[in-house]
Design a protein around this ligand. Structure first.
Ligand code: BGC
Length: 370
């Protein structure tokens, strides 16, 4: 079965599947065994809403493995990259659908200071620390508690120990996913620590709204509500500058094709956008649409930044469930986050969580068909 184009029989609108549709389109959440790793049981949770949209999430890495939605012709397929078996994830794909932490994106040289204390992290991206280190939150088994079987919601909990991947403090994290009947996938992050520590949690879903990697995302039309972005050095660490997008290939304040100016960006887009926002409430920050499928994605967040990554390093190593190689620009990420390398940039919004404080952040992805 394909991941993009994952043929959930119950979601196909063909005559032969109509009976099955009735039986299987139960709303709520269904839990299935999905294998074991690290001596722990892994599950796959299927969240289904009353319109038949279906999101699958595993407690391995807090990973969204598929999001099935009909297109404008009623044909169902997944708008995100993912595998239908745990082994696909154990082969370490580049964070397909994963919950990323303790610190999403890069920290320069894997080093930072809090007060006079210097910390050294596991480095896993040339000289830098990326997405939480060698075994970040994307590679651990979370404790899972489906909320009830009639509401399509799931909460995952994980305790990241003091010193894990070099980070200070025991960090208790919970991530809740819920799917509304309006096709909104809401992800709520909460965390508490017993020592000051940087925290930057995000989801790393790769979208291709056509539901088929035979089409790249270069014709997707993107809007990002950001007048500024953070330029990067050759190792993708922000230079510290907050630069205006106006007149550059980074200006997505008006909807524009992803591929229209990508040739002007060496390597492709892999940049943090500084969102225009008045406060830290949940607000619409980006839209992505695709005319082939008629699908539209809206991204809402409380975070100050958005990493737009145009799938530049996808190189055919990983294949969809139906065997299609996943290549450069076959999918893209819109990762809601604090700015990369914030612990070393005092002018960036702080990512340090202190004991007694509560980390709380919500991101919502909404898919509609036009
Ligand atoms: C980063 C990319 C990286 C990708 C997969 C993105 O969040 O910005 O540079 O290649 O994740 O690890």
């Amino acid at each position: 079965m394909a991941s993009l184009a994952i043929g959930i029989a119950a979601c196909n609108n063909t005559e032969e599947n109509k009976k099955e549709t009735k039986e299987e389109m139960k709303t709520g959440i269904v839990k299935s065994d999905w294998g074991t790793t690290d001596g722990k049981q892994v599950y796959l949770f299927t969240l289904t809403n009353k319109n038949g949209a279906q999101v699958k999430i595993s407690n391995y890495g807090g990973t969204i493995t598929s999001w099935i939605m009909p297109d404008k012709n009623g044909k169902a397929s997944s708008v995100v990259l993912g595998f239908d078996s745990l082994s696909g994830y154990l082969a370490k794909p580049p964070y397909f659908g994963a919950t990323v932490g303790r610190y999403g994106n890069r920290i320069a040289n894997g080093k930072f200071k809090i007060g006079n204390d210097e910390y050294t992290l596991a480095t896993n991206n040339r000289k830098n620390a990326l997405h939480g280190g060698l075994k970040g939150f994307d590679k651990v088994v979370w404790d899972a508690s489906p909320t009830t079987d009639s509401v399509a919601a799931l909460t995952l909990n994980y305790v990241s120990k003091d010193g894990e991947e070099g980070y200070p403090g025991n960090l208790k994290v919970s991530v809740s996913f819920s799917l509304s009947d309006n096709n909104e996938l809401t992800i709520e992050y909460n965390a508490e620590t017993d020592k000051p520590t940087p925290v930057n949690l995000t989801n790393h879903s790769y979208f291709n709204l056509t539901g088929d990697v035979s089409n790249t995302i270069l014709d997707h039309v993107l809007m990002i509500d950001a007048d500024h972005y953070t330029p990067v050095d050759s190792t993708l660490i922000p230079t510290g500058e907050i630069k205006a997008v106006k007149g550059t290939a980074f200006d997505f304040t008006k909807p524009e094709k992803v591929g229209a100016r990508i040739d002007q960006v060496p390597g492709g887009y892999d940049h943090n956008f500084v969102l225009n926002r008045k406060d830290s409430s949940l607000q619409l920050v980006a839209t992505l649409s695709d005319s082939l499928s008629g699908r539209k994605l809206e991204v809402f967040t409380m975070q100050p930044g958005l990493q737009f990554y145009s799938g530049n390093f996808l190189n055919g190593t990983f294949k969809t469930n139906d065997g299609k190689p996943i290549n450069k620009h076959d999918a893209m990420c819109l990762e809601t986050q604090h700015f990369p390398n914030s612990p070393n940039e005092s002018a960036f919004p702080s990512t340090i969580l202190k004991p007694g404080e509560k980390y709380h952040s919500v991101t919502k992805y909404k898919v509609s068909v036009q």
